[in-house]
Write a protein that binds this ligand. Sequence first.
Ligand code: ADP
Ligand code: UDP
Length: 236
Amino acid sequence: MKKLTELYSGKAKSVYATDDADRVIMEFRDDTSAFDGLKIVQLARKGKVNNKFNAFIMEKLSAAGVPTHFERLLSDNEVLVKKLQMIPVECVVRNIAAGSLCKRLGISEGQELNPPTLEFFLKNDALHDPMINEYHIRSFGWASDAEVAIMKDLTFRANNVLKTLFANAGILLVDYKLEFGRFNGTIILGDEFSPDGCRLWDATTRKKLDKDRFRQDLGDVIEGYEEVARRLGVEL
Ligand code: ADP
Ligand code: UDP
């Protein structure tokens, strides 16, 4: 597999073309950003940890019937994935209240959400990823009704698999963001699942083990990610 030109460089990953028109290489960098790129630093080992973590989770999801773009790890920081036409909508599931939900609705952090709730955000940094609803998705043509139905179904199916996986490691899956794309007429899970895009709390102490350690200047950011990886059995 030949790595060709860089197609896109995002806040945390770079995407490269390959000699296969249907495959791209994603490179996980050590760059860490928050607040729409306002706060950016390099955190040693982050690229490697997230790459391995993501591969582990994608394989679990795929085994549980959630189709993903993951093909194979190429190196510590690189993964081969199917090239998707990305849908510019972030799907967020929340099992416990935290983050923007608390600010928006005046809810206290930690309240259990039963049933879990789902929100959509437009992937647009310049507009600070505004919250949108299914009618916006339809009216602006970001995805069809059938595609939205599939994204919702896959996002909740992932919740059942991942809640259990993390619970068995003594961790609460508080919330997470998924991105989907089109591949040969089907909708599949793209981007990444790592502690950069979800909230993970120790089930006993509620210690934060995810990117909130970076957002809130709590320190030991990558140590938190590595602890989750160790408990899940991810080989780093
Ligand atoms: P951002 O664009 O938010 O700064 P990243 O730094 O993570 O995010 O960049 C990765 C980019 O690659 C994202 O825009 C994401 O939508 C896109 N992407 C993820 N998976 C795929 C894929 N399989 N094919 C094409 N693009 C993808
Ligand atoms: N999230 C993400 N990328 C985004 C926005 C949110 O990965 O651009 C994740 C975030 O890490 C959290 C969940 O989605 O796990 C919900 O985020 P929230 O809406 O609370 O936003 P925040 O306050 O974290 O910006």
